[in-house]
Design a binder for this molecule. Structure first.
Ligand SMILES: NC(=O)c1ccc[n+]([C@@H]2O[C@H](COP(=O)([O-])OP(=O)(O)OC[C@H]3O[C@@H](n4cnc5c(N)ncnc54)[C@H](O)[C@@H]3O)[C@@H](O)[C@H]2O)c1
Ligand SMILES: O=C(O)[C@H](O)COP(=O)(O)O
Length: 528
């Protein structure tokens, strides 16, 4: 079946070449960049993939109307134009291109700092208007000035690197910046307040989040040096524009360079009328190189998602390095089956899911494996609505606690996964492993040691360890023309509780005939 891809913002044609030349998948690529939100809401119904830059607002409204959507690709970094919660709830994976435009954005920021320091746009305009005004445009040097960088991720660090080339001192703030890291990168570091108190130029490079909205506000402006210059090439909204306007008019801020504003397009914004302000229309990532690079990255993730089910740059799922994915991927199917198996052992509401990773697996970030296992467990009640993207969200929405436990010793196995389901009245635990060359096995159900291939139609019986119980089950199944392929038994102690685990050739619709037997106190069919 064709995979329908809608591209709703203008993207580099060279960048989507990987999609154009894909032969394994049947891709139908539609480019429509002039859609209103209402038009997009109608059109999106037919599409499996939506590919955007920052212009298309992928709101909850649009996501809810997107009946077939599986993936939203953002050819760029910022995903504040996409309702991530709505996408996650609907099980739609969001991918971006986190480093394809880093260099362009850092170069643009550097250009803006220099243009601001030397009044280049205004001097140029004045010349165009026929004036030779050399006095009006006296600037300031960057050398020996301090650049304050708020948000010290990819772009912030690249900007700092260039600033040091201009012999500036750099002081940065980022919640992830430690003294050790700062020293290694050759910058000072401190709190937002520390940074703004000493900086001559302040540039912001955080994402726009609830926590960063208006983080540069009236109070923060009041701490700044007189004559400070403010640069925003990250996102409108990080700086409170009313506070910025007032700080410029009051003379606190000598100048500001803005590539982004709270409302875009920002033609007509009153900040543009101030002579201290220079601006560009969100051009940070607008280079041939960056546009090609981000579109290539997202195109590869689309292909990877539909070809092998994994992506490199997920935004609403854990992002795990390729080498770790390669190590944990073989366990995905086992995890999902253990989840499905344990979900059949109780009909009570699940309150908690404990995942125990033992052996080599314990050394890795196993969150994608956990998601897949939870998916298997929740499928019993939620069906195909649950997937790797929304499994954790759906569990948490149902107030199910999820705990990962790790230990490097796997008791005789190289690796094992155990999934424990806790309800108000009972707890069940199923353990599985991958046997070298032999594939997946369930090796323990609750306290019973077994050895069962987790596939096909399984029959799980709890009984009392009395002579005749096993034979009786065989006879009853034969009477119903149900062929037993394999059978395992386990018991706690002689004459005590015991289990039978059978693999049969057909699905058994109703097991009441087994439950009605003396000595059999539970029977469940489990189709994996
Ligand atoms: N103007 C443009 O065209 C353009 C181009 C690319 C990116 N951007 C914007 O720049 C932003 C940064 O891009 P990046 O590639 O450097 O992202 P990044 O993820 O590498 O870095 C962002 C940094 O911000 C930090 N951060 C988060 N919350 C913070 C807070 N409250 N205070 C201080 N720091 C905080 C993070 O720890 C991280 O280190 C993007 O989110 C995007 O919105 C704009
Ligand atoms: O977040 C980004 O990557 C930049 O803001 C670029 O946005 P754009 O793709 O609309 O140029």
């Amino acid at each position: 079946m064709a995979i329908n891809i809608l591209i709703s913002d203008s993207l580099s044609e060279d960048g989507i070449y990987p999609l154009r030349q894909e032969r394994k998948l049947d891709l139908n690529i539609v480019i429509d960049t002039g859609l209103t939100p209402d038009e997009l809401k109608v059109k999106i119904k037919d599409f499996d993939v939506l590919l955007v830059r920052s212009q298309t607002k992928v709101t909850r409204d649009i996501i809810e109307a997107a009946d077939n959507l599986k993936l939203i690709g953002r050819a760029g970094v910022g995903v504040d134009n996409i309702d991530l919660d709505a996408a996650t709830e609907k099980g739609i994976i969001v991918v971006n291109a986190p480093d394809g435009n880093t260099n362009s954005a850092a170069e643009h920021t550097t250009a803006m700092i220099m243009a601001l320091a030397r009044h280049i746009p205004h001097a140029h305009m004045s010349l165009q208007e026929g004036r030779w005004d050399r006095k009006k445009f006296v600037g300031v040097e960057l050398k020996n000035k301090t650049l304050g960088v708020i948000g010290f991720g990819r772009i912030g660090q690249e900007v700092a690197h260039r600033a040091k080339g201009n012999r500036m001192d750099v002081i940065a703030y980022d919640p992830f910046l430690t003294a050790e890291k700062a020293e290694k990168l050759g910058v000072d570091f401190g709190s937002v307040e520390d940074v703004v108190k000493v900086a001559d130029f302040i540039t912001v490079h955080t994402p726009l989040l609830k926590e960063t909205k208006h983080m540069i506000n009236k109070e923060i402006f009041s701490l700044m040096k007189d004559g400070v210059r403010i640069i925003n090439c990250a996102r409108g909204g990080i700086i409170d524009e009313i506070a910025l306007y007032d700080a410029i008019v009051e003379g606190k801020v000598a100048g500001s360079a803005l590539d982004v504003m709270e409302e875009e397009p920002f033609v007509g914004n009153r900040l543009l009328k101030l002579p201290q302000v220079i601006a560009t229309p969100h051009l940070g990532a607008s280079t041939i190189e960056a546009q090609e690079s981000v579109a290539v990255d997202v195109s590869h993730d689309i292909l990877s998602y539909f070809n092998i089910g994994t992506v490199r740059n997920p935004v609403n799922m854990p992002s795990i390095p390729k080498d770790i994915i390669a190590k944990i991927e073989p366990f995905f199917d086992l995890g999902e089956k253990l989840g499905a198996f344990v979900s059949r052992l109780s009909d009570a509401a699940v309150e908690e899911i404990n995942l125990y990773y033992a052996g080599e697996l314990a050394n890795f970030d196993v969150r994608p494996l956990t998601n897949n296992t939870i998916k298997g467990l929740l499928k019993r009640n939620l069906g195909n609505h649950v997937n790797n993207v929304n499994a954790r969200y759906l569990a948490e929405r149902n107030t199910i606690k999820i705990n990962e436990h790790k230990t490097t010793t796997a008791k005789g196995f190289l690796n094992s996964i155990a999934v424990e389901l806790v309800t108000a009245t009972e707890t069940h635990k199923v353990t599985g492993t991958l046997l070298n060359g032999l594939g997946a096995r369930i090796v323990k159900v609750d306290d019973y040691v077994i050895d069962v291939v987790p596939e096909g139609h399984l029959l799980f019986i709890k009984h009392t360890d009395k002579p005749g119980a096993i034979g009786r089950v065989g006879t009853l199944l034969a009477e119903k023309n149900i062929n037993i392929a394999t059978m395992q038994v386990g018991r706690s102690n002689q004459g005590g509780d015991a289990i039978m685990m059978l693999s049969v050739d057909n699905h058994i619709e109703n097991v009441d005939f087994l439950k009605a037997q003396e000595n059999i106190f539970d029977a469940k069919t489990i189709d994996l």
